[in-house]
Design a protein around this ligand. Structure first.
Ligand code: B3K
Ligand code: ZN
Length: 917
């Protein structure tokens, strides 16, 4: 907690460090009530900085990081002596107790250095020296889960972004890369497993039942990739043979009761390793790769070199306990962290403003991996749905920032959907513009050129430019301008000439600190369809070569026209296929056009998109009708589209499930200027009921067919997953208007299911139904059966937190007292409080403001326990501008209440103050 006003850090102020740390030798003595950390650092003056200071210049900060990583640089002997003294060494350190410090084996007296709440400053007298520091910390009291902490009975670390400074004094910045050697000493009985990065080089026994192990990581790395684990864990082992024939020892460490739940993660790991070789030519480098699962973790997982630490929710998966969705998440997160070994670890970030360099790129990589492993179209639909409901909202809110932010107060607040998901969209656009082959050439150059370096987003772009002979100067605005661009397109058909023109107009709304925006490069993947739904040949006026039946137009101007010639009839355009750019597209389609596209577009993604857009259009119309107090009658055309989807047994059931899913309330809120949350909720629920009623027979027929198709032993195949997805989507509809037979079927599915996907779907349907008796019985039975499984209990909390029936807040408050709930465990907070505030819109936004008050109270409690989690929980309140004039002051009141809190963490301060500005 800080008492001073938190400070803003700016990208433009970046400077190279004054010193490098070539070697880092750490010894950890772990005890129950404290830990001692002894570090020995080999430091060296950064001669570049000295040279340029002697010349009176600033070091080049243009973003060309060619000289940023100083390894192997020659030190000028005597630099800094005499007339120009050496710069002070300022090491980062927070919440650590300094025990001793020695320079070149000479213990320093108290007057030789200065310690404050953030740093240790000393004054070296030579350009190369050894520093020995001992600190004392208390991992058992570390509830922020950053630095070294205890999760259950095990010690573990989380150092990204700035957690290493909570372990010992260090140059805790990603451009300082060092070779680490780590020794752990702990009680052998309680902590038989001692792990750190790299290879185990020695181990042995100490007196009094203690033992030790020394690990050495041959690859220089920034401190944020450091990790250690000490605990009583079982090992699941496998191996992988790399493309050059090396055998890698693969290990997953978990608590013994989870031993049976690691198969999917291991399998995902091996498939990730193969995929990265095949698609990017990237081979794993160490001889061992370890994953450790911990229960208390602020995020999904962490890519520490050779020793990934995972939230157990992203490792453990068994059909009994995990849904199909959870299986997919494990696969994606295992892949993501593994891919970081190249995109993040071998080539890392120069500074934290460049976070998307590794995160955007790695999310793109994991999304492509998942697309290759599963259905490409369904994966894209899921990602776009998520992006539009959540990242678009962030981009339109008070925390809006560019993919490469210009400033921050607390870097933890910038692990955002913009940096990750929009960042991945930016890389996807680069992939589209370069083509798959060109993109690969660019990434080859990038990895080769920058291996072992800490670089910037500009370096990444430069490699792609040079490998492809392209100029991405304008494209780079995607990194510097925040906000979601609007792309307004109109069509003009000229029957006489057989020409069809697309008039494109782009604009981008103002965001905090950015009022004017320049045009983006928007890759617009498109086709033209004839009246039969067939793709027409694309001949652009002014071009000699035909573009085939699908093309990517590069929209680069504020206004631009593309004219297609030689068309036999008026086309209907199919635009932004695959969501080729993260923009808000508008085209004056009629509802009939949308129906046509939903049924006939040869592109699966755009068929789904047409269906969504039709549903959005229908619902927005109904919201107005609801507000006018008139009766709600859904557009028959939407019903008929759904009917035809249900009638076509040849369609992929997963796609049908996606198309039958109505756009979420969150997405409708995002689309609205001012969201009438009551009307949105009533309209969406009403439409679901109307669809269920009108399509009951069709739904029942498909549901019965799928019941038979999924009967028999459980299968995790893509086909089985797809069938479960549709079957359970239909169950949700059919239970809305449940006749006795349906209720009985739902209860039967709940009781008899041999997998969590079906069991949970039945539970959701029951919990949201009016059948109080069956609901309570199911909830009780579920809790009884799964009380020993924290991840399953997370689902139990979430299902109830998301139930939009009256009394939601009271139910959530009561659940906070349940023995399985624990405010110190981030998974529990997310499952209950996060799910309620983010997904149960009608419950959270109840008119008297009690939902807001409840959330503010939890934020205040968490501000002291875990500022990162507290800060994330603020998001729903920060969106107050979206809501009506009655709710706005109630939301603001709670933000103001948090704002004046004594001991407000910088994390919460940044988000709350920006949202009130
Ligand atoms: N790189 C980590 C981020 C952890 C940051 C926590 N403040 C997770 C990931 O993106 O792989
Ligand atoms: Zn990542």
């Amino acid at each position: 907690m800080c008492t001073e006003q938190p400070k803003t850090i700016y990208l433009k102020d970046y400077q190279q460090p004054d010193y490098w740390i070539d070697e880092t030798h750490l010894t950890f003595e772990l005890f129950e009530d404290h830990a001692l950390v002894h570090s020995r650092l080999m430091l060296r003056l950064n001669s570049d900085v000295m040279d340029s200071r002697l010349r009176g210049n600033d070091v080049d900060m243009s973003g060309d990081a060619g000289g940023v990583s100083g390894h192997g640089r020659v030190v000028i002997p005597g630099a800094g002596r005499g007339s120009s003294p050496l710069p002070p060494l300022v090491l980062d350190g927070q919440q650590v107790q300094l025990l001793s410090v020695a320079l070149d084996d000479q213990p320093l007296a108290e007057g030789d250095y200065r310690v404050d709440a953030h740093s240790l400053t000393l004054h070296p007298s030579s350009a190369q020296f050894e520093l020995a520091i001992s600190t004392r910390i208390e991992p058992q009291n570390n509830t922020a889960l950053e630095g070294l902490y205890k999760s259950g009975g095990m010690f573990c670390t989380q150092c990204e972004a700035e957690g290493f400074r909570k372990i010992t004094y260090y140059l805790d910045r990603p451009d300082v890369m060092s070779r680490f050697t780590t020794t752990l000493i702990a009680d052998k009985g309680d902590y038989p497993v001692l792990l750190s990065n790299g290879n185990l080089i020695a181990s042995g026994e100490h007196e009094a039942g203690r033992h030790w192990a020394t690990w050495e990581d041959p690859f220089p790395k920034p401190a944020y990739l450091f990790a250690l684990v000490a605990g009583d864990l079982v090992l699941i082992q496998d191996s992988f043979t790399t493309m050059s024939g090396r055998t890698i020892d693969l290990r997953i460490y978990v608590e013994s009761e989870n031993r049976e739940q690691c198969g999917h993660a291991m399998d995902s790991l091996k498939r990730s390793m193969r995929w990265d070789e095949e698609v990017y030519g990237r081979e794993y480098d160490l001889d061992i790769f370890m994953i450790v699962a911990v229960n208390d973790f602020n995020m999904g997982a962490m890519e520490n070199k050779g020793l990934n630490i995972f939230n157990s929710s992203c490792v453990l998966a068994h059909p009994d306990t995990a849904t199909d969705l959870a299986f997919q998440r494990v696969e994606a997160v295992v892949a993501h962290e593994y891919f970081h070994n190249w995109s993040g670890n071998r080539v890392t970030c120069r500074d934290w403003f460049q976070l998307s360099l590794k995160e955007g790129f790695t999310v793109f990589r994991d999304a492509e991996f998942s697309a290759d492993m599963n259905s490409r179209t369904v994966k894209r639909i899921e990602d776009v749905t998520f992006l539009r409901a959540n990242q678009f909202a962030e981009d339109a809110g008070p925390m809006a920032h560019p993919v490469r932010p210009d400033s921050f107060i607390e870097i933890s607040n910038f692990y955002t959907l913009t940096v990750y998901e929009k960042g991945a969209e930016v890389v996807r656009m680069l992939h589209t513009l370069c083509g798959a082959e060109g993109f690969r050439k660019g990434t080859d150059l990038y990895f080769e050129r920058h291996d072992g370096q800490a670089v910037t987003c500009d370096d990444f772009i430069k490699a792609l430019e040079e490998a492809n002979g392209l100029d991405f100067t304008q494209f780079k605005r995607w990194y510097s301008q925040a906000g979601t661009p609007r792309l307004e397109v109109h069509g003009h058909w000229d029957a006489a000439s057989g020409q069809f023109s697309l008039l494109c107009r782009q604009s981008c709304p103002a965001t905090p600190g950015q009022s004017e925006k320049l045009p983006f490069v928007i890759p617009l993947r498109m086709a033209l369809l004839d009246s039969q739904g067939r793709e027409m040949p694309l001949q652009l006026l002014g071009e000699t070569v035909s573009r085939g039946s699908e093309t990517v137009l590069a929209v680069t101007e504020a206004e631009q026209v593309f004219t297609f010639a030689g068309l036999a009839e008026e086309p209907l355009p199919s635009l932004l296929r695959g969501f080729s750019a993260p923009v808000k597209l508008s085209y004056p389609y009629s509802r009939d056009d949308r129906v046509f596209l939903a049924m006939h577009d040869p592109d699966g993604f755009n068929r789904w998109e047409a269906c969504q857009a039709l549903a959005v259009d229908v619902m927005q119309g109904l919201v107005q009708i609801q507000q006018a107090g008139r009766p709600l009658l859904p557009d028959q055309r939407l019903i008929e589209v759904y009917r035809s989807l249900l009638a076509d047994d040849s369609l992929d059931p997963a796609m049908v499930a996606e198309m039958l899913r109505l756009p979420s309330e969150a997405y409708l809120v995002e689309l609205a200027e001012v969201a009438d949350i009551d009307a949105i909720h009533q309209v969406r629920e009403g439409l679901r009921r109307a669809l269920a009623e009108a399509l009951r027979a069709d739904m029942l027929r498909v549901w019965r067919r799928l019941q038979i198709a999924v009967a028999g032993p459980f299968s995790a195949s893509a086909e089985a997953v797809a069938r479960r997805s549709l079957k359970n989507t239909l169950l949700g509809y059919l239970m809305l208007d449940a006749a006795d037979d349906m209720l009985a079927a739902c209860v039967r599915q709940f009781v008899e299911a041999d997998n969590m996907t079906d069991r949970q779907a039945a539970l959701v349907a029951l919990v949201n139904s009016p059948f109080e008796e069956q609901k309570q019985a199911a909830l009780a039975q579920f809790a009884e059966r799964w009380q020993g499984y924290p991840l399953v209990m997370d689902q139990w909390f979430s299902v109830q937190a998301c139930c939009s029936l009256p009394g939601a807040l009271e139910r959530v408050e009561a659940l906070m007292a349940h023995p399985a709930f624990n405010l110190r465990n981030p998974n529990k907070v997310r499952a209950l409080i996060g799910a309620f505030a983010n997904q149960n819109l009608i419950g959270f936004h109840r008119g008297d403001g009690a939902g807001y008050r409840f959330l503010a109270e939890r934020i205040i409690e968490l501000n002291t326990l875990n500022p990162q989690i507290a800060s994330r929980l603020c998001t729903p309140l920060t969106r107050w501008r979206k809501f009506d004039t009655a709710r706005q002051p109630l939301m603001r009141e709670q933000l103001q209440r948090i704002m004046v809190l004594e001991g407000l963490s910088p994390d919460v301060y940044e988000v709350v103050s920006k949202s009130l500005e």
